[in-house]
Ligand binder design. Structure first.
Ligand SMILES: [Fe+2]
Ligand SMILES: [Fe+2]
Length: 178
């Protein structure tokens, strides 16, 4: 559903979904361990349970869509695109508010906000989760596609990093409903 009503329903669903602390199941966890590089596994362990459940859903959808063309770096991109959120320290309700606040006007100030302390700093870092995630993935030794998708996943297609093949980016974007 598109439009304000559809978006409201989506946010409500995400809010209630994010209240659950349930971990991904054992089969999903074993699959993820097999996909991620050792350095990436450390980042995965720092992600919140709701973020990990979301990431598994994205990666499973990408695998179903692409089949064998879903290479390890592509699946890692699906699993770790939101990893930069580990640095925000933002709670559930604040994240939903951040999504609403994450409009272009606020986003333009996110770099400046990210350097601050307190709630505004956390909001700024949350809005900069693509760039922060890119830095974490670079340090973890991720493939360039994995790192580039974290940095690109909230940008319009024409501004995607060239390390992301357009067809692959479209599948990743369609599977990521946030
Ligand atoms: Fe994101
Ligand atoms: Fe996402």
């Amino acid at each position: 559903m598109k439009g304000p009503l559809g978006q409201g329903l989506h946010l409500a669903r995400r809010f209630f979904g994010s209240l659950s602390r349930a971990e991904p199941g054992p089969a999903d966890t074993a699959w993820v361990e097999g996909v991620l590089l050792p350095g990436e596994r450390g980042l995965w362990a720092r992600m919140s349970a709701p973020d990990r459940r979301h990431a598994v859903g994205v990666a499973r959808a990408v695998q179903a869509e692409m089949g064998p063309a879903a290479t390890r770096p592509v699946l890692a991109a699906a699993l770790l695109h939101d990893v930069g959120k580990v640095d925000s320290g933002l709670g559930t309700l604040a994240r939903v508010l951040a999504t609403v606040a994450g409009r272009p006007a606020v986003r333009r100030r996110s770099a400046e906000l990210a350097g601050r302390g307190g709630p505004l700093g956390r909001l700024g870092r949350y809005l900069r989760h693509p760039e922060i995630g890119g830095d974490l993935l670079r340090a973890a030794g991720s493939d360039s596609l994995t790192r580039a998708w974290s940095e690109s996943h909230h940008r319009p297609e024409e501004r995607w990093d060239p390390a992301v093949p357009v067809e692959t980016g479209r599948v990743l974007k369609a599977a990521d409903d946030d």
